[in-house]
Design a protein around this ligand. Structure first.
Ligand code: A2P
Length: 315
């Protein structure tokens, strides 16, 4: 299994299990099965609404002999907890739900702030501008979590290169940016920037997130898992399209966190860690880029929001 090495030499298994969209009632069995298969990196977040069930599954896995030190657990601070005074409460709730004493990695989930108790669905007044709660304020409180021993490493998610740049001189520079990434959205500039500045990249939705919610769905969205070029490479290698997508991400040096709640697909995805793609296949896949976001962030930019899609991605 490829690993990513952090600044203190801690290592994270590059292939992890995603738990976004894994429903309560399903996610626990998926995490237990994943641990049985050999997954040792689990990606979580408070907003996924399933951390208690994930925690119970982790406890079961550890009861069955998986050492805590061999597990890498990532979680994320939700946008309602960006004020410095709220960050620790967010982390403590996640630790309590997951039943852990520390997280291996804790990320600021989005460069977007919300009021503590937003409406559902979201109303424009729920969105708080970054002038009011600057990302630097949130980051300072994230650094304090490391000092307090609640989390080993800190990073961000959905941050552009410009937003990463603004954190380069922080006391603790972010060690990870978790972003949507797959052959239709390669983001080579972000990967190169991370490499230059010691910031790892984790690819979420590496399979194209076919089960994403309706608000993130358009009529003519291309289906990554049905891409003809990927299918042809997979057939040549005796692999599945999903395995090719994951192997491509791993071979670029990124972490990938495919979500599945299906035992066969969990097994299939894990086996992608031992698939090697030849250079011509890597190059052919690189050629598929369409700068296509499935999670495009329009849900942060309703009329009256202080955020626009352009300001979110700095594009
Ligand atoms: P399921 O959970 O039923 O396996 P992403 O990780 O990009 O968000 O993609 C998750 C989606 O891809 C889910 O719908 C998941 O369904 C599906 N999926 C996961 N692994 C595979 C696979 N190996 N082949 C096909 N679909 C998969």
């Amino acid at each position: 299994m490829r690993t990513l090495t952090f600044r203190n030499d801690d290592t994270m298994p590059a292939l992890g299990l995603g738990t976004w969209k894994s429903a309560p009632g399903e996610v626990g069995a998926a995490v237990r099965e994943a641990l049985r298969i050999g997954y040792r990196h689990i990606d979580c977040a408070a907003i996924y609404g399933n951390e208690q069930e994930v925690g119970a599954a982790l406890a079961k896995g550890m009861g069955d002999g998986v050492a805590r030190d061999d597990l890498w657990v990532t979680s994320k601070l939700w946008c309602t907890h960006h004020r410095a005074a709220d960050v620790r409460a967010g982390a403590e709730q996640t630790l309590s739900d997951l039943g852990l004493e520390h997280l291996d990695l804790y990320l600021v989930h989005w460069p977007v702030a919300l009021v503590r108790e937003p409406h559902s669905p979201l109303e424009p007044a729920d969105l708080v501008s970054l002038d009011e709660i600057p990302l630097a304020e949130t980051w300072g409180a994230m650094e304090a979590l490391v000092d307090a021993g609640l989390v080993k490493h800190i990073g961000v998610s959905n941050y552009s290169v410009a937003k990463l740049e603004a954190h380069l001189d922080a006391r603790i520079r972010p060690e990870m940016d978790q972003v949507e990434m797959h052959p239709y959205l390669r983001q080579p500039e972000l990967v190169a920037f991370g490499k230059e500045h010691g910031i790892h990249v984790t690819a979420y939705s590496p399979l194209g997130s076919g089960d994403r919610p309706d608000v993130m769905r358009g009529d003519d969205d291309p289906v990554l898992l049905e891409d003809a070029a990927i299918a042809s490479i997979a057939a040549d290698l005796g692999a599945t399209p999903a395995q090719v997508l994951l192997a491509w991400g791993l071979q670029r040096g990124t972490s990938v966190i495919p979500k599945s709640v299906n035992p066969e697909r969990l097994e299939q995805n894990f086996a992608a860690a031992s698939l090697e793609l030849p250079a011509d296949a890597m190059a052919a896949i690189d050629g598929l880029d369409r700068r296509r976001r499935y999670v495009d962030g329009t849900f942060w930019a309703p009329a009256g929001s202080p955020y626009s899609v352009a300001s979110l991605w700095d594009e």
